[in-house]
Write a protein that binds this ligand. Sequence first.
Ligand code: IMP
Ligand code: MG
Length: 186
Amino acid sequence: MFQDYHEFLAEIVVTEEQLKNRIIELGDEINRDYADEELLLVCILRGGVLFLSDLMRELAMPLRVDFMAVASYSIGARQSSGQARITLDLNTDIAGRHVLLVEDIVDSGYTLEAVLNLLKTRKPASLKTCVLLNKAERREVEVPIDYCGFIIPDKFVFGYGLDIDEYYRNLPFIGVVDAEKYQLRH
Ligand code: IMP
Ligand code: MG
């Protein structure tokens, strides 16, 4: 059931201002690293879309965008089970292209691992990752993170692309859920 987020927001971990500033820094870094290259941004749906749309406006090289979606076989609503399945694949042939994966958050690492393993087989010129949030403590499988927005503690977060039961993706900041106040549906 949809609730006003004020009823369960424990704290704001990343403010709108911090997001804006950090994304400008990440854009500068990426512009420097790919100065003379064309880039293909691959956004993982759905959580990565706000990050993608703000990040791409900071980028200066010729770039293309494509999308993938991944489902994790979940145990509960918010627990990934360690397996991920591609549910939407690219429309772009990535062979010989410089590919940068854009993802909202890395938790266990299984989602990113599944995408990286698949894309590697298609022989891109290069393959790197740009992740807004890194829950480093939660990692179960090592994945390379080339550009990282923020390292955050092991708490369930929402907003700026990240959902709770598919809602609240539109909030302009990243907040922590107070689990007791948020009535779990599952
Ligand atoms: P991983 O496969 O365990 O690394 O999980 C990554 C995916 O789980 C992300 O793409 C998110 O969709 C989701 N996820 C992990 N932690 C959170 C969270 O705190 N809030 C919302 N979604 C999350
Ligand atoms: Mg998600």
